[in-house]
Design a protein around this ligand. Structure first.
Ligand code: IFG
Length: 466
């Protein structure tokens, strides 16, 4: 971020993302001590965030940091106050919205005010970053735990601030996904897109079509391990963990291509009635659901119905990328039927931006990734009033190598250093307007990833750059 002098002084040094407004008052710094209390109120939402803050700060500080619910207006000395209220002195509630917060550090403590618990949660992420970095340690560290005095008023520019994790090319168990959620929360990411199916695997149990998980979940790229899948309880655990971090899960079932795992699981899904063998390679675009068979839409309706029932978020992502084995007219027919199915289950369709070849409803979201189309798929979307999520592969694809020395990852989109992940324009240099951009997303494809360490090597620090 720009130097401290240009945006509120020392209080913003090193904060990611950079707050909207900030001012430093060095005379008002505060140190968290054994006597510091966390006071929340009113409302259960505030108390939960107070407990989150205590859990985050106790290990490294070793302080008790008792949490109590205070009365609506008290700001007791030596306390960190988390208050849900009607805005604060410097920011009206409409400015803060649902995710913004107003954070003040004074000699007597810290006050964080927000309209909703999500705003308080984002405020405590900033407080984490205002403290010495050693506060992130899981064992007791020496203090002092000093926070520079001043005020921060902050709220997101984009509604959709996402990360995508491909749990299909290689499977990652629930604890890995939860760890990634912990990391994403520190940077106020609020959407987690899970790529749950592809040619090489199917990763979510569907009661009406049990072979999808049982057969489709048994393979992966390279087949070094034996794939895996989330039971409905696993998926619900991920959704709940994400929700506790104010992150919304966007499940993706990739269609009509990237479907070999499903086609291999059920012969009747194939146009010729023959199930292909499982696929463990890295090619894309060779598979397609059978657009002209009725059972294809029964299958899709059953899958979407069961997934929608487990997904509190507004979006079901049905992929749509690289449909090289589906004719252009069949593709449009399929996308429009898929859109209707998603909406019939009370959700909005999200898809890779190629879906904009079809007639899209205004609530649909197109995720722009293929910069090689020079903006065609994103402008086809915005021209029909559909918003985009910007994930251009040459800036946002975290599976791309940092440089020639990076052993993990692919490089078809070019090397991506932190600077490339940070310094780019979601409005694509004016090809779309900023108001068309719902937000940004950092996809992490897992053809070459096997472990949490691999995920973290590729995701950080570039996801923070995004
Ligand atoms: N393109 C494919 C992904 C993945 C990626 C790897 C999209 C939307 C290349 N589709 O990106 O499945 O293979 O970088």
């Amino acid at each position: 971020p720009p130097g401290p002098a240009s945006n509120g002084g020392a209080i913003t040094a090193g904060l990611i993302p950079l707050p909207v407004l900030a001012s430093t008052d060095e005379s008002a710094s505060y140190s968290v001590t054994a006597a510091t209390r966390i006071v929340t109120g009113p409302g259960a939402g505030a108390e939960a965030v107070g407990d989150d803050l205590a859990a985050l700060l106790r290990p490294a500080t070793g302080f008790p940091l008792a949490v109590s619910s205070g009365d609506a207006d008290s700001t007791p000395a030596n306390s960190i106050v988390l208050r849900l209220g009607n805005g604060s002195a410097s920011a009206t509630s409409s400015t803060l919205g649902d995710e913004g917060y107003d954070l003040t550090v004074s000699k007597s403590g810290v006050l964080i005010v927000a309209n909703k618990a999500a705003g308080l949660f984002h405020g405590i992420q900033t407080l984490r970053q205002l403290l010495p970095a050693s506060v992130e340690a899981t064992s007791a560290q020496p203090g002092p735990w000093r926070v520079t005095g001043g005020q921060i008023v902050d709220y997101p520019h984009y509604a959709y601030r996402g990360a995508m994790l491909d749990v299909t090319r290689h499977f990652f168990p629930v604890p890995d996904v939860e760890r990634y959620i912990d990391e994403l929360a520190l940077y106020k990411v609020n959407m987690l897109h899970l790529h749950l199916s592809d040619d090489q695997g199917w990763r979510i149990a569907v009661d009406a079509w049990p072979n999808l998980a049982l057969h489709g979940g048994s393979s992966e790229v390279g087949n070094r391990d034996k794939g895996g899948y989330y039971t409905k309880a696993d998926y619900s655990a991920i959704v709940a963990y994400a929700q506790a971090h104010f992150i919304t899960v966007v499940p993706e079932i990739d269609t009509p291509s990237h479907t070999n795992a499903a086609l291999s699981s059920y012969p009747e899904l194939n146009c010729d009635g023959v199930a292909p063998p499982v696929y463990t390679g890295e090619n894309v675009g060779f598979s397609s659901l059978c657009v002209n068979k009725a059972i294809t839409y029964t299958f899709l309706d059953d899958v979407v119905a069961e997934l929608a029932a487990l997904t509190p978020g507004p979006y079901i992502h049905l992929g749509g990328d690289e449909a090289h084995s589906t004719s252009a007219s069949d593709y449009v027919t399929f996308v429009q039927k898929a859109q209707a199915i998603v909406e019939a289950h009370g959700k909005q369709l999200m898809g890779w931006a190629e879906i904009s070849a079809a007639k899209l409803d205004p609530g649909t979201v197109a995720e722009y990734w293929n910069f090689n189309d020079h903006g065609a798929s994103e402008t086809n979307a915005t021209r029909q009033g559909v918003k985009i999520v910007a994930a251009p592969a040459d800036h946002a694809y975290l599976d791309q190598k940092y440089d020639a020395q990076t052993t993990l990852g692919l490089n078809w989109a070019g090397d991506i250093e932190v600077e490339d992940a940070y310094a780019w324009d979601p409005a694509d240099g004016g090809r779309v307007s900023d108001s068309d951009v719902l937000g940004v997303e950092g996809p992490l494809w897992s053809e070459t990833l096997h472990t949490m360490a691999d995920i973290e090597y590729m995701a950080w620090p570039r996801m923070a750059g995004l």
